[in-house]
Design a protein around this ligand. Sequence first.
Ligand code: GLA
Length: 684
Amino acid sequence: MSYLLRLEERPFPPDENPRERASFYDCFPFEYPAWGGGNFREPCLRLRTASGGGCCELFYEKHRIFPGKPPLEGLPAAYGGPEECATLEITLRDPALDVRVDLLYTVFEDVDAICRSVRVENGGREALDLSTVLSAALELDNDGFDLITLHGSWAREQTIDRRPLSPGRQGAYSLRGISSHQFHPFLALCEHTATQDQGLAYGMSLVYSGNFLAQAEVDQFDRVRAVLGIHPEGFQWRLEPGASFQAPEAVLVCSEEGLGGMSRSFHDFFREHLIRGQKKHRPTLLNSWEACYFDFDHERLLQLGRSAARYGIELLVVDDGWFGRRNDETTSLGDWRVNEEKLPGGLKRLGEELADLGVGLGIWMEPEMISPDSDLYRAHPDYAMAIPGRAPTLARNQLVLDLTRKEVRDCVYRQIGQVLRSAPIRYLKWDMNRPLVDVYSPSLPPERQGETAHRYVLGLYELQERLVTDFPDLLLENCCSGGGRFDPGMLYYSPQIWTSDNAEAVDRLVIQEGTSLVYPLSAMGAHVAVCPSHINGRVTPFQIRGRAALPGCFGYELDLDKLTEEEQALIPQQLEEYRQYGPLFRTGDCYRLASYRENHTYDAFLCVSKDKSLAAVSFLQVRSRAYRRSLRLRLAGLDESILYRRRDTGEVRSGAGWMRGGLLVEAVQSDYLSVLVTLEKIQR
Ligand code: GLA
């Protein structure tokens, strides 16, 4: 786009006017800004030399373009074969330090997205300390942009926040060692007037699961520098001569079809080029957590299994409490041996008896954790992260294993492998229930302690990689007290993530809207949970809870036998809807038609199959509005010239007719109304 670069505008180029070099940098659109030399805005690269100097100036050296895309060592990254994508590698160098920086850009045939990554190599003779290595910068004019970020807390993840950009630095970040419930490794800049279907929008998403910075900075010339990468605070990486550092990958999307266009590009990109398990079957499941928490035994689980079997639910997931002496939150993390008092015959017997009922077995684990009251801790107290001389900080009564150490990873992985091989387990919910606080590892020398948080994430990735390699048929669902680590890094390993511990339908609409701004619906775990909600106390009708969960990977998190007869009668219909619509929601193009977060009344979205032959509209009214007439939902994404039949009423209109004329939703003076409409192409 013509306004991207301002290179023709040369206010005080240093080669012509050396006195004005500093102000030249103030308005120079850097591709990859380094700290020093007069760059006063947020740098992507900052380092310290052995003599204490900090300045780094990068100059173009060479570039090459090649088919395909190289993997990033030790990191999750997008993939694509030589037919599908091409990569541009630009090499920059600081001649004074002999630091080489390779910027990699990959573009794809089928999706409108660019992947960027950065590798820094120390070609000099002395060690360097890197204190900032961000993954991407984007320099733009501030065309009246709004900044969009996702924010929240436990049980309120991924809420969309949109605000006009203002001078200075603003954005999102995490310093908790996980991508976090509070913010999300993503930002978007869009024209103030941009809507779901029109206007310019840029999206940046980081393929990373630890501390991050996603920031937009508006300068004195009303220019924006948007940056994304590992958060510099607390980060330091020692780079010996000849060594290199690989920063995580950023995915950049630009849409002129508003926020919806941005979301669809992200969805396609993640589905086709990042989520390796995307095509795995997503079974319906019954999870034991809200049904019985820690209070279960073999018979109780079998009873849940029997009720699952009655409805054809495919999996029973035994959540927390099946191992060690774990009857509450205070104990046994790290002791991944089945509690035979609760489950005589172990998971094997349970799995086999469930199999006889036609139900698969899934389990919960929290492999990154250790309880002080555990055999593992008694044998290896040093496996828990702690700062020397200080008592480590408990959170949910547990400590974090030092995954930077290979022997710790091996120990936990051995246990995971034993458990998974001991029984017919088809699904693993990998949980992580606290932030990193005592970020220190005795395995690293003092000058490398700043590497600990990132090395933890690398250790986690190594574990997940081993798991998906050794157990290719296992369905892995990540979780972090709900959506505390819902990020593209984790999606590289697990095709779905438990979106939030808050499965209450109304709150979930908001959480799922924010999640689907970036991620495909197929990535969201969504269940019908206990009512009144254990999280917010709200009472919502069973049918609404089902419809709210329908777009995600569907399941139940309650005791089916405790439902009323009317509720139970709805289960077959809910499961049938998931069977019918699940594939469309997981693979189709999504269009948001209305946002309950914005209008406080109703929510609506539409999914259209890639070949445009099938579409489903989901409308959910939370609150009725007095004296309202019928609502017109203008549809989108259909083929204008195709005739579509509305399946429930038989009404036929062209795609253009449905999009311009809209779908009329009758005014019903009642809270909690849900309408699911299918439009199918008429074969002529
Ligand atoms: C976390 C998860 C829940 C459940 C519990 C078990 O909070 O998010 O879904 O698995 O742990 O302890």
